[in-house]
Design a protein around this ligand. Structure first.
Ligand SMILES: Cc1cc2nc3c(=O)[nH]c(=O)nc-3n(C[C@H](O)[C@H](O)[C@H](O)COP(=O)(O)OP(=O)(O)OC[C@H]3O[C@@H](n4cnc5c(N)ncnc54)[C@H](O)[C@@H]3O)c2cc1C
Length: 379
């Protein structure tokens, strides 16, 4: 055996899993196709939003509370500042599905928040255009994470705890059998007891049986210049989800206070091959985005000054696949985070490490059961 656990893909989830396993004295062998922390993965683009009043479902709140604790642990261990909590504004129509779920999350878990009346909101946050039926909620436990630094920090902490990491090593195939899993790279074959597949948008390539369950999609990140610099400083502008029907923006101020990252992430485009991602911008990606800026965040000039596409794997229900694959012995998966997984990453690493070490976890992750899609046929 070359190690107890092989981790395929040392991006967001892989680096956090390596950190958690190695910290618990499990021998880890990690493989990464590119460099550690590289910008081609789902972890590129300078910032990721952290929110706890969660519009994707209250069942995530306990995982998010744990994530906040673990982000602080990683900061302490790596001596890097990774998570800045400058608050999060959630603005949307009172009767929208997202606002309803945000309110449910707040109520069920008594989350720290403020609901602002429109007059107060206009005064405090003049950046946003508000309409009559809008609700303005300030999530006090929200902010942004520095994603590339977070991945590098977790990977190098894992290394400190003894993990062996192999950057620029693409895994071509995994072959599970009764006593472990073979990992095949172009140079060599390795043998480990268990494997964790954390290959993000590339996951279906290693697990072709999951092609229609882990769908690579393209997400364009865009940055805008402000009309008034004073209004976009991180201490004046919280992170935000500004939602209004088909028009919507999610984003954050840049750390240097000169721009705003504001993106339109509804209905992302499906891509055939993550290795052939088109690096330019499609005109149809920009239309709804610029219109959203004009309608919702008019303190910005509406044409993006920077636009970079990234990818994530999406599942049919937009909830990830996390845990052991029932039909593939000794193989665990943490993939399909459907555009909202970064904030959860350290908790995901902890859960996989618990599942591997103890065979169970105390967190309720039944909504992320990787075997929930009944028509999955593996081997
Ligand atoms: C543009 C964008 C904005 C987002 N915004 C937010 C946000 O604000 N907040 C939030 O919480 N989430 C956000 N997300 C979602 C979040 O970033 C992702 O869900 C998360 O990063 C996915 O992590 P991952 O580990 O699955 O994939 P990745 O981080 O992409 O990691 C996969 C890794 O596997 C490697 N790999 C692939 N194939 C192989 C192979 N065969 N051998 C070896 N290595 C391989 C890749 O190189 C990569 O490093 C966003 C995602 C995108 C794309």
């Amino acid at each position: 055996m070359d190690a107890e656990v092989g981790i395929i893909g040392l991006g967001t989830m892989g680096s956090m899993t390596a950190w958690q396993l190695a910290k618990n004295r499990v021998t880890v062998l990690g493989f990464e196709k590119f460099g550690i922390g590289n910008d081609r993965t789902a972890a590129g683009g300078e910032s990721r939003l952290f929110r706890t009043a969660y519009m994707e479902g209250p069942e995530y709140v306990p995982l998010l509370k744990e994530a906040k604790v673990l982000w602080r642990d990683l900061e302490q261990e790596s001596q890097n500042s990774l998570l800045t909590l400058n608050g999060g504004l959630m603005i949307g129509e009172e009767d929208s599905a997202e606002i309803k779920v945000i309110k449910e999350s707040i109520e069920e878990f008594q989350l720290e928040h403020e609901i602002l009346d429109k007059e107060a909101a206009r005064k405090r946050y003049p950046q946003f255009k508000l309409y009559d039926n809008d609700v303005v909620i300030l999530d006090k436990n929200a902010g942004f994470i520095r994603p590339e630094l977070a991945v590098v920090s977790a990977a190098y902490q894992a290394k400190k705890y003894g993990a062996e990491l192999k950057p620029y090593s693409s895994v071509e195939q995994i072959i599970p059998d009764d006593d472990g899993v073979e990992i095949i790279t172009s140079g060599r074959t390795f043998k480990v007891k268990k494997v964790v597949v954390t290959t993000g948008a590339w996951s279906f390539k290693l697990l072709p049986e999951l092609k229609d369950k882990l769908i690579p999609k393209r997400l364009l990140l865009t940055w805008f210049a402000p009309k008034n610099l004073d209004l976009v400083l991180p201490n004046k502008l919280p992170i935000f989800a500004r939602l209004r029907g088909d028009f919507r923006l999610t984003g954050a101020p840049t750390l240097d206070g000169t721009m705003v990252k504001a993106s339109y992430t509804k209905d992302p485009l499906t891509i055939d091959d993550p290795d052939l991602l088109y690096r330019d911008v499609y005109p149809e990606e920009i239309e709804k985005l610029t219109e959203s800026v004009k309608r919702l965040l008019p303190v910005l000039y509406p044409d993006p000054v920077r636009a970079t596409p990234y990818m994530d794997a999406y599942t049919p229900d937009n909830h990830a696949m996390l845990g052991a694959l029932s039909n593939l012995k000794n193989v665990f998966i943490a993939s399909g985070f459907s555009g909202h997984g970064f904030k959860l990453a350290p908790t995901i690493g902890k859960i996989i490490s618990e599942l591997i070490i103890h065979g169970k976890t105390n967190y309720d992750v039944s909504h992320l059961d990787p075997n929930r899609f009944s028509n999955i046929q593996l081997q």
